[in-house]
Design a protein around this ligand. Structure first.
Ligand code: GDG
Length: 756
């Protein structure tokens, strides 16, 4: 039996290749992602695809690298200098990185970089395709360099499981909107089945972007597009806790930590470690430290800021400027406040081995994280993991993703210089007992939510989603269900069709009055109706006057206002006029308040119901006001025995005695059909699905939670399905020739079916 493979794809492979004396040296990465995914990509036939971090000198070297990497289950994507310039340095780091870290003014929108970003994402996709991938496999794509890859892979493998994880923040939709290619980027991500972020805010920003930029509808954490449900989840990334904890407790690290402490004896060590980047708040940190020395001069020779800045992108103008500013500020502080015996800042623009970092974590009295924006920030978690047996205080920017988990840290806003200064002061004097309590609470979190846990959560959810999608597919009307329903239709002699109007027979319009039936709809309905023993019933929430003006010349029965009016069985309208309408006065009063304060919303009054429509209101504001209105109406509903319906951009209140279910059942009981077909898109149609006999064929338009047996994705599919019956039913007379466009589609599909 085929064993499912896992394919990991990220910009960089978890390995560094160095060229020394004409020899290639392969150094495995110690990064968190590499450790977390180590057990995954190193086992079975699983692989990790990515850029190896080196441009081969020639084909021969490329071969050697490929072979060597294959031994470690690594597959290289070789990139040229130009590709790296446009895709990585250009588009990834000069558009996506600044915009996603809330620095849109740093973005350089160059079309050529965007084109290279697209072609390199495609190149990654080709490498995926070369790996004999099967639909049963799963692909996990990482980070902002590969935002287009999920959709590219989806095109090649429509049913494969694809996960995507974003390691950096996702900005709010107004900021994201500023990118000229924002639609393409969102559509790229939507190829995935599961899209993971570090924080809840990130997921909300992404979902808002899909809703406000692409116009998709969002249900909780789920989006539905291209017939697939796509889920977003919050999975804060963890670290390899055991590795850091073991290192911290090892003799060599403890000895080195003691050495560091002895070297800076009588000084409290404030540690900071980050890559050179404007998102890390390095200047803000220096200003707060200077402020500390000014505000508390007694700390002279008592504190030390041990600041490691890891070199990064320093040929880019903004980074170079930042580096110069750091140099100047550090120089200024050391020159102005330092003494012969004391340098206030020990500054290193360098990277260090992991052992040295661990020793510093153990030795440091304070770890100071001042990120202005940070997806997660792993340094603070590593500090915590090294503190099982030594004390210390974590000061953590509330703008780092980690702040959502490490609530026991002293949290700061890095722009509030005085607050950061006070936080350092508080940390310096924090009683040991309090330090211990805070550390232990944080250790429990970092230990439990470690990187392996993160990987497990992600894969478990991805697999769950695939099962969910398969079940969904089983409910979705496909060619086979359609044929089997047609077969039941042909074998029946008294058929009833309950057809909802808005959102089922006709698509939604901004102006409800514009949603009038067109010629092709009349033709389809007449064909359905014409067959012996077939009866169409249009069952709608619309006023009876409206249905009457559209359909009074036809043979169909009409049920209006959710059952308040009906022309069954005599084709003459009659109403359920025993019902009270006293409730309308207070409900209308409340709805009027919302119609007045929400531009684009209106009240519609019908005999036994009131509806507040907000289709033309500002997106977002309409939803907000709708939930406020529901809240305001709550007590009236109970008092008057009313039912509230939350429809598509409409809140409707009606007598609860009235519903489409009762109205439909009344007709069924009289008509005694041997085939019942009911289709609708709205909350009101649910009453119908629930009340109709179990053998009825019930179909929901739109893949929402429903009591219906089956669903179709869109209104267009709903009408195509109805047309299918109209044009394919068995007739005693010869079949009719197709007339409408839709009909041709159906005919084409039929031909396809025959080929199959
Ligand atoms: C992105 C997001 C998110 C640092 N200096 C040295 C060194 N490091 C290691 C640290 C830590 C890692 O690098 C830095 O991780 P961060 O999380 O702080 O930041 P980014 O690299 O920007 O990563 C970030 C992360 O993705 C994961 O999703 O948390 O928000 O920006 O592990 O220890 N390691 C060694 N020498 C150094 O000098 N060996």
């Amino acid at each position: 039996m085929y064993k499912k493979r896992t394919i990991i794809v990220s910009n960089r492979l978890p390995i560094r290749i160095e060229r020394k004396n004409n020899e290639l040296i392969f150094i495995p990465s110690e990064g968190g992602l590499a450790t977390g995914l180590g057990s995954v990509y190193k086992s079975d036939a699983n692989i990790w695809i990515g850029w190896p971090g080196i441009i081969p000198l020639n084909k021969e070297e490329e071969e050697i690298i490929t072979q060597q990497l294959a031994e470690h289950n690594l597959i290289p994507v070789f990139l040229t200098e130009n590709e790296l310039k446009g895709y990585y340095e250009g588009f990834s780091n000069e558009v996506l990185w600044p915009v996603f870290h809330y620095r849109p003014s740093y973005a350089e929108y160059r079309t050529t970089d965007w084109e290279t970003y697209q072609s390199v994402n495609l190149k990654f996709c080709h490498v995926v395709e070369q790996q004999q991938v099967q639909e049963k496999d799963e692909v996990w794509i990482h980070d902002y360099q590969l935002m287009l890859l999920p959709q590219l892979v989806r095109k090649s493998y429509p049913r494969i499981a694809i996960g995507y994880f974003q390691h950096i923040p996702f900005p709010n939709d107004e900021i994201f909107r500023s990118i000229p290619w924002r639609n393409e980027l969102l559509n790229g991500l939507l190829g995935a089945d599961l899209i993971g972020f570090h924080t809840f805010n990130d997921t909300q920003h992404f979902l808002n972007s899909c809703a406000h930029i692409l116009g998709l509808s969002v249900q909780n954490n789920c989006l539905h597009t291209d017939g697939r449900s796509i889920f977003t989840e919050v999975y804060p990334m963890g670290i390899d806790f055991e590795k850091f904890s073991q290192l911290a407790n090892s003799e060599s690290i403890q000895a080195r930590a003691k050495c560091i402490k002895d070297h800076y004896k009588n000084q409290k060590i404030i540690l900071s470690i980050d890559r050179l980047d404007y998102s890390k708040g390095i200047i803000e940190r220096l200003l707060a430290y200077e402020n500390l020395l000014v505000t508390y001069p007694e700390l002279k020779e008592q504190v030390l800021l041990y600041m490691i800045v890891v070199p990064s992108r320093d040929h880019v103008a903004q980074y170079k400027q930042l580096l110069d500013e750091i140099d100047r500020t550090v120089g200024h502080i050391n020159a102005v406040y330092g003494t012969n015996e004391w340098t206030p800042i020990a500054y290193f623009y360098n990277s260090f081995p992991l052992e040295e970092l661990s020793s510093l974590y153990v030795a440091a009295d304070i770890c100071l994280i001042t990120s202005l924006r940070d997806g997660m920030n792993l340094v603070c978690k590593e500090y915590i993991a090294c503190k099982e047996n030594t004390d210390g205080v974590l000061i953590l920017s509330e703008l780092a993703g980690a702040a959502k988990e490490l609530t026991q840290a002293i949290q700061i806003n890095p722009n509030a210089t005085d607050q950061v200064t006070e936080a350092i002061h508080t940390a310096l004097y924090m009683p040991i007992i309090e330090q211990r309590k805070r550390l232990d609470d944080s250790i429990a979190i970092v230990k439990k939510f470690n990187v392996r846990h993160w990987v497990r959560l992600f894969f478990n959810r991805l697999r769950e989603i695939k099962i969910f999608q398969q079940n969904e597919m089983a409910r979705k009307i496909n060619m086979h269900t359609r044929e089997s329903i047609l077969d039941q239709y042909n074998r029946a002699s008294r058929r009833l069709f309950f057809l909802d109007y808005d959102g089922t027979l006709i698509g939604f319009q901004n102006d409800p009055a514009a949603a009038i039936p067109n010629q092709s709809l009349y033709e389809t309905l007449n064909l359905l109706q014409e067959n012996d023993g077939s009866q169409v019933v249009i069952i709608s929430g619309r006023p009876h006057e409206t249905l009457d003006s559209w359909f009074s010349n036809e043979q169909y029965y009409l049920v209006a206002e959710h059952g308040a009016w009906s022309n069954y069985p005599t084709h003459k309208w009659h109403s359920n006029n025993v019902l009270s309408t006293r409730w309308k006065i207070p409900v209308k009063h409340i709805m009027a308040k919302y119609a007045n304060n929400t531009a684009g919303s209106v009240i519609e009054e019908k005999s036994y119901s009131l509806a507040w429509h907000y289709r033309k209101a500002q997106p977002g504001l309409g939803q907000l006001r709708a939930s406020e209105l529901v809240e305001s109406l709550r007590y009236l509903l109970q008092q008057h025995g009313l039912q509230l319906l939350m429809g598509d951009k409409v809140i409707e209140v009606k007598n609860s005695e009235l519903n489409k279910g009762k109205a439909a059942l009344h007709i069924v009981n009289n008509y005694k059909p041997d085939f019942i077909f009911a289709i609708g898109d709205d909350a009101t149609d649910e009453d119908m699905f629930l009340e109709l006999p179990a053998e009825a064929i019930t179909i929901k338009v739109g893949n929402k939670k429903s009591a219906a047996q089956f669903y179709v994705d869109t209104q267009q599919e709903a009408i195509q399905l109805i047309e299918y019956f109209a044009y394919n039913r068995k007739l005693l007379s010869p079949p009719l020739q197709p007339q409408s466009e839709n009909e041709e589609i159906i005919q084409e599909e039929n031909n396809e079916m025959q080929v199959e």
